[in-house]
Design a protein around this ligand. Structure first.
Ligand code: IDP
Ligand code: MG
Length: 136
């Protein structure tokens, strides 16, 4: 049975800064994802704090929110069969050092904080995150 899902992807400041956003978008497309919506924006730190609220007790929360708001990002709604898991697999592990060959974070990630992409971790969070950036 088919299970088309949507997930939220973000090309983070380290990747936009290096002008590799089109390369990363091509990787999504060549792996069967449709980019339904996309926009390039820069967010306020207060918005990053809302977006990453699940991490508010973590020691890296403040740096993480400063970082996500430090420069332009590209936010996208991706669609594919089992998109949430498929995107997590294509992104690779949070720490690029642990990411498998062929993943986006292995290829482009600089460090655990500058790991080039974000992807929703569940169908439920995908819906919340898509609404966060694309509420009409
Ligand atoms: P994910 O992006 O793979 O879903 P999460 O655990 O949700 O990883 O963490 C969100 C983001 O916080 C990561 O992408 C990474 O940029 C950053 N992060 C996670 N763990 C650490 C850490 O131990 N030190 C610094 N930054 C971290
Ligand atoms: Mg996460």
């Amino acid at each position: 049975m088919s299970n088309i899902e949507q997930t939220l992807s973000i090309i983070k400041p380290d990747a936009v800064e290096r002008n590799i956003e089109n390369e990363i978008k091509e990787i999504f497309k060549s792996n069967g994802f449709s980019i339904l919506k996309e926009k390039k924006i820069q967010i306020e730190k207060s918005e990053a704090e809302k977006f990453y609220k699940v991490h508010e007790t973590k020691p890296f929360y403040n740096d993480l929110c400063s970082y996500l708001s430090s420069g332009p990002i590209v936010v996208m709604v991706l669609e594919k069969e089992n998109a949430v898991l498929a995107n997590r697999e294509l992104m690779g592990a949070t720490n690029p050092k642990d990411a498998e060959e062929g993943t986006i974070r292995k290829k482009y990630g600089i460090s655990i904080d500058k790991n080039s992409v974000h992807g929703s971790d569940s169908v439920e969070n995908a819906e919340i995150e898509i609404n966060f950036f694309f509420k009409d």
